[in-house]
Design a binder for this molecule. Structure first.
Ligand code: AMP
Ligand code: MG
Length: 490
């Protein structure tokens, strides 16, 4: 049922008052909707016409609070580039509350860019149009690729000008998540008031994410195991689509296993494990190839925070947590291998798979071949056309030819046309490539939204070829990536 308002619960605020600060958004002078996700609104049971009305826009801009809602800034800590900050929190964001979606699941509705909060430290509490549209686009693209992620309901401009490197239009993103609980939320609870909030937080998290899974004697260990599992699967998905998150601090890692907080993120064009786009990541800590190890490091911080809730006896707690953390590698490997098998049209458990996958990744790395195009080109080989593949590996033609022969051997007598079709159904043609995103955002910031809409349309239906859009299937012109950075000053 859709309703002409948003009916918001306040379960987090009620359950964890010490981790939430009741707060109101700063008023936005002249809010206007620039992006609205109608299918998502419907999924949430929110009436689209109402959302576009003055009353709906007032909620999206933080100028009005739906009846019964209780917006809060959430407290959390975080390891940022390895350094611990005991108190970060929503410095420019608010959890409006939780909505029951059409399938009966509880989803958070959150405003990002809604003004300073008690967690703002030196920040202005604002967000700007380019980065909020980037987050909108990347989240929806990941979702279309089947990668777990927070979603984007809307972007509104506020009518204010915000100072960044220059004047920028102010904007607010309405984000939807299965929850905004982060590794950093648990780190915060661990160090606040002697950890008194830890057990209520664990209970709340399990209720939100695993309503059937809390019959064990050790709920904190159950939660850790679940988080290891969902994060291992998530990172494998990022690796398979060539996604670089860019700022995997523990405050940007969810308990739900959804991708969150896209700042200096990007899809990689030319394959290189060292790929990093963030202007502040000088050491490459969050480079593409480091993501699985960083996720494990972050999960170890979660385990540390949870220790006193796992067992009173520290040695017992450490042993149990360590065992849970060790599950990451196998789970990650399995998710990645299953994904690679799907991308290459192979049965998941063939004995030769692992050598084939490693061979391809090694060749991709040496040739710096475009990640996304490679898998579509391989499907073309099965249809009798090797041109595209050769063009991607111009200096490694013989090697990719040998690899392809082994791969086709592994396909056995499977019908080539059917395998190619199956591959095309899981390997995207269109991802939000950096140069396309930059161009779309630049014109949006100038008030021209056609390119943004057109790119959004493409990347949210990424598998089916569109007439006249061939140029968007290829990498940026030479030289673009080497100078490309996305900035954290969002
Ligand atoms: P992020 O890099 O977006 O994950 O943010 C890291 C931390 O900085 C979080 O605590 C944010 O709330 C805070 N933050 C980022 N930008 C601002 C801003 N303009 N004003 C206030 N707080 C901010
Ligand atoms: Mg963040």
């Amino acid at each position: 049922m859709t309703s002409a308002t948003i009916e918001l619960d306040h379960r987090f605020a009620d359950a964890l008052p010490e981790l939430a600060v009741d707060w109101a958004a700063s008023p936005a002078p002249t809010p206007a909707v620039v992006a609205l996700n109608e299918p998502l609104a419907e999924e949430l049971g929110i009436d689209v016409a109402w959302l576009r009305s003055a009353a709906g826009i007032a909620v999206l801009a933080g100028n009005a609070v739906p009846d019964g809602a209780r917006p809060v800034a959430m407290g959390y800590a975080g390891h940022q580039f390895g350094n611990y900050s005991p108190r970060l929190g929503d410095g420019r964001a608010l959890l409006l509350g939780e909505v029951l979606d059409a399938e009966g699941r509880l989803r958070d509705v959150h405003l990002k860019g809604s003004g300073r909060t008690p967690f703002a430290r030196g920040g202005d509490g604002r967000a700007t149009l380019g980065p909020m549209l980037r987050e909108y686009l990347i989240a929806e693209a990941l979702h279309a690729l089947g990668v777990p992620t927070t979603r984007s309901l809307a972007v509104v401009t506020t009518g204010e000008t915000v100072a960044r490197t220059g004047p920028e239009p102010g904007a607010i993103l309405t984000r939807v998540a299965t929850s905004h609980l982060r590794v950093g939320t648990f780190e915060y609870a661990r160090w606040l008031e002697d950890g008194a909030n830890l057990e209520p937080l664990v209970r709340h998290a399990l209720e939100r994410h695993h309503p059937d899974g809390d019959d064990s004697a050790r709920p904190a260990l159950t939660l850790l195991r679940h988080t290891v599992e969902v994060q291992a699967v998530l990172i494998a998905q990022w690796m398979l689509v060539g996604f670089v998150h860019g700022v995997m601090n523990t405050d940007n890692m969810t308990i739900s296993g959804e991708s969150i907080d896209f700042g200096p993120c990007a899809f990689m064009d030319r394959f290189d494990p060292a790929t990093v786009f963030s202007s502040i990541d000088h050491a490459g800590r969050y480079a593409y190839g480091n993501q699985p190890a960083v996720a494990q490091w972050n999960l170890a911080r979660l385990a540390e925070a949870l220790l006193p809730a796992i067992d009173e006896d520290r040695d017992t707690a450490v042993a149990l947590a360590t065992e849970a953390l060790e599950g990451f590698v196998d789970r990650y490997q399995r998710a990645w291998s299953d994904g690679m098998a799907g991308k290459l049209g192979l049965p998941p458990d063939s004995p030769g798979n692992s050598a084939l996958f490693d061979g391809l990744v090694s060749l991709q790395t040496r040739a710096r071949a475009d990640h996304t195009s490679t898998y579509r080109a391989l499907a073309s080989v099965l249809r009798g056309d090797s041109m595209a593949l050769g063009a991607l590996f111009p200096e490694h033609v013989l090697e990719i030819g040998d690899w392809s022969t082994s791969w086709q051997g592994a396909l056995g007598d499977a019908d080539r046309g059917a395998v190619a079709e199956g591959m095309d159904a899981v390997n995207p043609l269109y991802v939000p490539r950096n140069h396309l995103v930059e161009a779309a955002l630049a014109s949006a910031v100038d008030g021209e939204f056609a390119a943004f809409g057109s790119l959004l349309d493409l990347v949210t239906d990424p598998y089916v070829e569109r007439a006249g859009r061939r140029a968007e299937t290829g990498p940026a012109p030479d030289g673009f990536d080497s100078g490309y950075q996305t900035f954290c000053g969002t």
